[in-house]
Write a protein that binds this ligand. Sequence first.
Ligand code: B12
Ligand code: SF4
Length: 467
Amino acid sequence: MAIAWPIFQKKPTSKILWLDLGDLGDLVNPAGPHEQWQDHGLGLLRTILHQNGVLTDLFSTRQCTTWDQVKKRLQGYDMLIMNVRSYTFPVAYRSAKLFKEVNPRGLVLAGGMHATVAPDEMLAVPEFDRIVQGPGENTILELVKDPAAFQRLTLGVGAKSMAEWPMLDRTLWPKPASWRLSRKFHWPLEPECGWGPPPVVTLITSRVCPWQCVFCNENSYIPNMGRRPVDMVIDELNYLDEKYGIGSVVIHDSMFFQNPSWLEEWLEKYPRKARKRWPYWAAGRADTVRQWPDLFEALIKETNWNTVSIGFESGSDRVLKILNKECTEEDNYFAIDLLTRIGDEMEAQGKKPPVFWSNIMLGIPGETHEDAFKTMRMVKYTKRILPSISFYAPYPGSALGYQLIAEGKSRMSKENYHRFPDDEKVVGVDYRFYRELLAGRYDDEVNRGLAEVRQQRRNYLDALAKA
Ligand code: B12
Ligand code: SF4
């Protein structure tokens, strides 16, 4: 077992504390690779604060292994700042309570996704003194300097374009908090998670996806903004490579494969201007792959896009319609066959073939057993796949999430936002069936029509990935 370093003994150097949120121990002895990713909202806003002379201390709940340690580290501050997502709301809520216990006159400023989509839940916590919805880059400085000038619930102001964002100062991110983890973490870059060699750089080139899938529909709550210019992305990568050395890149955009003119510029410049063509992970949609297959193929081959994340979600047209995915079974199979063909060609040339990081949801309200068999059939059909399977979660912010919450069918609460992929999140869904499906009980049905080589079973319970 990894031992946490005694970070709780550090003395405050500022009166303002930024608390990075996540499960206890995730930067000591993480349960999985994705719990170690750094928070770009925190990175951006802390960079803005520090570049404008407002220095903050930082620690992470992920660096602590007990709530007692968190409480000790919270002592001695006048102000606490947090980026609250729905899946970190339980940790934020508990931390705010502890902060007030040790600093009764201290102020708590909370922003982030959960403040944006579930203000009522945030307002119900008296410890949150200021709650900021929406983007914060043009609000954070004023807010921290003079919180009294703001109402308890405020709408934040963002940049018009990501070109206005400063380059992140990655040394403002929390460090791994055990000797064992720090050896393989590569801080201030990030550790390997199985997609490409370390050190890993995560970055964001676009902020919002224009589609309206009912389990997500980010564009209803993240204001549109211009994409980060290609040159700025490449300059940042070159800078980081010179300073730290890069192994691979994770482009954390919700939807990288959009906006063909940006992608064409990336295709032209990345192989030429980047110090190295680092392999990268990035996301697309099956329908846009079908719409722009040549661009897709060129990006895979020429820019080293070798882990292609696609939210296939389901292998059944009925469910894809329920989800308003605007992709069909046929689109999904088109994208799978195209990547298989590209991968076979690359393999024949002795190159590493690209692989799908395939996002799949099960347990969607209205899904029948036959729909779920079709989904698992599609997963097994895919030749090169890292399956990432979750039971559907009704997140606030999404149309279907709001509907299920209103109907009293969501099992997510402020004590537990159920963001583990195999948590039971919706009332009335037969989770036993899904566990048995993943364990292979229905393989006869699933394998129907599949080539023999694709019928081989692997343990899909392992594919319930928290990412
Ligand atoms: C990268 C990413 C991840 C990464 C890394 C997460 C991390 N450590 O940061 C990974 C892959 C691990 C991940 C996982 C998950 N994610 Co995620 N993820 C994203 C993504 C694509 C980008 C986040 C980001 O960096 N944005 C850019 C930064 C700059 O924005 P920001 O953090 O929101 O900060 C801005 C504002 O919120 C505000 N702000 C933030 N804090 C504060 C504080 C103050 C005081 C102020 C004034 C303002 C302010 O200002 C910032 C600048 O504008 C978003 C979608 C998106 N486009 O944002 C989804 C998103 C955040 N994820 C989401 C979900 C649901 C998940 C999962 C639960 C998915 C799943 N089913 O497994 C998991 C949970 C993982 C876990 N550990 O439990 C949802 C959250 C929904 C919600 N209601 O909170 C989003 C919105 C996607 C979606 N539409 O479903 N995710
Ligand atoms: S699920 Fe994917 S395609 Fe759909 S709205 Fe969200 S990011 Fe966009």
